[in-house]
Design a protein around this ligand. Structure first.
Ligand code: MG
Length: 350
């Protein structure tokens, strides 16, 4: 099978800059890729690197795409090296879609027919975890989000003084109804002692898990904390690609893996790994556009790779609405992707 291949660069301002450990993030840059088969069936994918997370850079991704040329065989697509996780994710999304359309209709297919995930069950849904901002402002947000039906929440910690944050934690948990869950994300900000203090405080409370309590480099502390406390821990910054997740598994990691599909690699590879290893995963956003999510969300709800709330409740972050796609509420289903017009997004970049 030979495909026509193309890619286009995007640079999209965010509605308001996101606070990251590497300073404010004001615009998202990436690529859209397109594969078209001989019958004219097209599939799209998004390359959305986050280099400080350990992915390829955008320049490297662009170079890899340029290297593929205007015509690619399936063999060439398969040979893109593992370190280009973002490029591999995008190419696989595009290819899966072309192949799905080919199975569905052997003749030339209209682009408007490209309802993603249609081969999956469309009746399943997963809760979406709403992201709460750091500090005391989280309390008001929690109340507002509960009213709109959210039942899973993630709160960023390790940002302000621990005394203050622990006080807010008590208030958040007190405001949380019995059916709802709170996850904490320290983004590796604590040292082992600080982490121990927090984990003591979280024990026996409705904390779903604590994400990346200490920095990825401190592997002994991560393994030790996971052993010493009953609270479930999750690795996020420690595992960008599956090779890292496999390594942690071989060391006996007992907790959860946060997988950002757009950074990790092809969705079928993630699915195969979960099936073979029985890994407990949380799927999470890496501030990809609607193009990336249009592939991820139907797969997430239809494949059964996770039962945990999806970490995609980051809100409508892009200034221009079409890049956000339909508003994602408290629950996600495969139908969400029907509201994303990939052809239109592609054309917008020409
Ligand atoms: Mg995280």
């Amino acid at each position: 099978m030979v495909f026509h291949f193309g890619f286009r660069r995007y640079r999209l301002p965010l509605r308001s800059p996101l606070r990251t450990a590497h300073g404010p993030w004001a615009e998202r840059e990436g690529l859209l890729v397109r594969l078209v088969d001989e019958a004219g069936r097209s599939g799209f994918g998004e390359v959305a690197p986050v280099p400080w997370f350990g992915t390829e850079t955008l320049a490297e991704a662009e170079e890899a795409c340029r290297g593929l040329g205007g015509k690619v065989s399936a063999k060439v697509l398969d040979a893109v090296p593992e370190r280009f996780g973002c490029v591999r994710f995008a190419l696989a999304c595009a290819r899966v879609e072309v192949e799905r359309l080919a199975l569905k209709a052997p003749s030339r297919t209209q682009s408007g027919d490209s309802a993603l995930g249609a081969t999956r069950s469309t009746s399943s849904r997963l809760p979406v975890a709403a992201l709460l901002t750091a500090g005391r402002a989280a309390l008001q947000e929690l109340r507002a989000k509960l009213e709109t039906g959210f039942l899973a929440f993630k709160w960023k910690v390790g940002v302000e003084r621990a005394e203050d944050e622990l006080g807010v934690l008590d208030d958040l948990l007190a405001a949380l109804p019995g059916y709802a869950k709170l996850r904490l994300d320290a983004n590796g900000a604590w040292d082992r002692r600080a982490a121990a203090r927090w984990l003591e405080r979280c024990a026996e409370r409705p904390v779903e898990f604590v994400e990346q309590p200490v920095a990825p480099a401190d592997e002994d502390a991560l393994l030790g904390l996971a052993q010493d406390y009953p609270v479930t821990l999750a690795l996020d910054e420690s595992v960008v690609r599956l090779a890292e997740a496999r390594r942690w598994q071989s060391q006996g990691w007992p907790g959860v893996f946060v997988i950002k599909p757009v950074l990790c690699g092809p969705l079928p590879e993630i699915e195969a790994w979960v099936r073979e290893s029985k890994a407990d995963i949380v799927l999470s956003s890496a501030i990809e556009t609607a193009a990336g999510r249009a592939a991820i969300l139907p797969w997430a709800v239809g494949s059964g790779v996770t039962k945990r709330a999806l970490g995609f409740g980051v809100g409508e972050v892009f200034a221009e609405d079409k890049w956000n796609g339909p508003v994602l509420g408290a629950r996600a289903d495969a139908g969400w992707a029907h509201g994303v017009n990939l052809e239109e997004l592609w054309t917008a970049l020409s």
